[in-house]
Design a protein around this ligand. Structure first.
Ligand SMILES: [Zn+2]
Length: 298
């Protein structure tokens, strides 16, 4: 493991950290229980030093370093695991979708609600023509770049509102400025406003997605900010050259991907540093790292 981590730099990506995932988020939510997550950091820190993601981007030599990131800012992270990580002295960055501060339910959670309730067929029957893509599941085609995410979100929201499924639901993601943590080990970054597939939007829509969350984070007192941008969904098809142009234009220092990989060497896309991340399962970390390393070298 020491040899692996001397060459490959891991950036871990987590989402929920519920001891038990609430039923309405069941199914597809990526969740690592708080105890297991702390075990991951204890395991890794025998081999590496944890640094905030911005420090990792700036580091001249990355080997022997690692970073912890959380996307989507699930409340469970603040409620169940943040204090434990701070007590362990582990720095971490939480990437926020600004719309959740407006009280909106993350649209991917709406997709999960439709699936969990067994409403997929009924919902599909009410989607605008052409939105359903053959041979892809509802979960997959709703985030396919061929579908304008804003239009998909609107259609699913209409459906769930008619069902009365949204009225009593609170967002599972952070929705109050007071919940943000003021601590030197905790930084907050931009994950776009609505978590839409950026490559499904025009350049100006993308700009708005990025700048709205910048403004939201600017309005939260006493937090430490990351200049790294976490790309929603994080695969190559989920952003385009315009995304990179915008990130450079608005002074981001790097973009984070999410492709189940470790980092071997520095990489840039059109001049912007990009880093790979991987999403550990709710299981022991060591065997997973070996598996991801194999993927990365394939
Ligand atoms: Zn995300």
């Amino acid at each position: 493991m020491d040899r692996l981590l001397r060459l490959w730099t891991p950036v871990l990506l987590y989402h929920g950290s519920y001891p038990e995932v609430p039923p309405e988020l069941g199914g597809k939510l990526h969740n690592v229980a708080p105890d297991q997550l702390v075990q991951h950091t204890r395991y890794l820190r025998k081999h590496v030093r944890f640094v905030p993601i911005d420090e990792l981007v700036a580091a001249e030599k990355r080997h022997g370093l690692a970073s912890i990131t959380f996307d989507d800012a699930y409340k469970s992270v603040h409620e169940h695991v943040a204090d434990a990580l701070i007590a362990e002295g582990v720095p971490f960055t939480i990437f926020v979708n600004g719309s959740s501060l407006d009280g909106e339910i993350l649209w991917r959670d709406k997709v999960r609600i439709a699936i969990t309730n067994g409403w997929v067929e009924e919902c599909e029957a009410q989607l605008p023509a052409g939105m359903k893509i053959r041979n892809l599941s509802f979960y997959k085609y709703t985030k396919d770049p061929r579908n304008d995410s804003a239009a998909v979100d609107a259609a699913i929201t209409r459906f769930l509102e008619a069902k009365g499924a949204l009225a009593s639901l609170q967002p599972a993601t952070i929705d109050r400025p007071e919940a943000f943590i003021d601590h030197p080990l905790v930084t907050y970054g931009n994950h776009s406003h609505h978590h839409y597939v950026l490559s499904s939007l025009t350049k100006e829509q993308q700009r708005e997605e990025i700048l709205r969350t910048e403004a939201t984070l600017d309005g939260i007192p006493n937090i430490r900010r990351s200049r790294v941008f976490s790309i929603p969904f994080g695969e190559r098809k989920h952003f385009n050259a315009e995304t990179i142009e915008l990130l450079k234009e608005h002074d981001f220092c790097a973009a984070l991907l999410s492709r189940q990989r470790l980092n071997l060497r520095r990489r840039k896309l059109d001049g912007l540093p990009v880093l790979e991340r991987f999403m550990p399962d709710d299981d022991l970390l060591g065997p997973q790292l070996i598996h991801f390393k194999r993927l990365a070298s394939a």
